[in-house]
Design a protein. Structure first.
Length: 159
């Protein structure tokens, strides 16, 4: 029998974790794709004017932060200002690892906020709830890009 909860919020949170940390039907989990990458791999670009994995991670982090702030406080930050914020001046392992840790921290905060909202998460049509629910689509889109950048670098696939 399938391990499916009758509570949609619990199921959503479980699936969010599966997508973020564990194997899932579509692709390697977001975190597994970045957790073991070196600084060099995270900075690699297929062309000078294209994004690297580190930029994608920062972009994912920003939009999750943005959606969480909007859901919790009703505040819409000026997204154009930080949408593709530059990498830190110091491009080192420590800063790369900090952004990977922020990816996890924001995922855990996302789950906490969603859990606290309960059924309101699904039954509200308010824009801030829609953004919060659909942030996983955004993560998934960019996770696919990260997978492609890994493949172009001939990095062993996550299995």
């Amino acid at each position: 029998m399938d391990n499916i909860s009758s509570d949609p919020v619990s199921q959503f949170l479980s699936e969010s974790d599966q997508y973020f940390y564990r194997d899932n039907f579509w692709q390697a989990s977001l975190y597994k794709q970045v957790e073991s990458l070196t600084l060099e791999q995270a900075l690699w670009r297929p062309a000078e004017d294209k994004h690297c994995i580190w930029q994608l991670v920062r972009h994912i982090n920003y939009w999750k932060y943005w959606a969480l702030k909007y859901a919790k406080e009703g505040v819409k930050d000026n997204a154009k200002e930080h949408n593709w914020a530059p990498l830190p001046d110091e491009k080192n392992e420590s800063n790369w690892n900090a952004d990977k840790e922020n990816l996890k921290k924001l995922h855990e905060e996302f789950k906490s906020v969603c859990s606290g909202l309960g059924q309101k998460l699904f039954y509200s049509v308010n824009e801030n709830m829609v953004f919060l629910r659909t942030v996983l689509y955004h993560d998934s889109y960019h996770s696919g890009q990260i997978g492609l950048l890994r493949s172009l670098q001939q990095i062993k696939p996550i299995v």
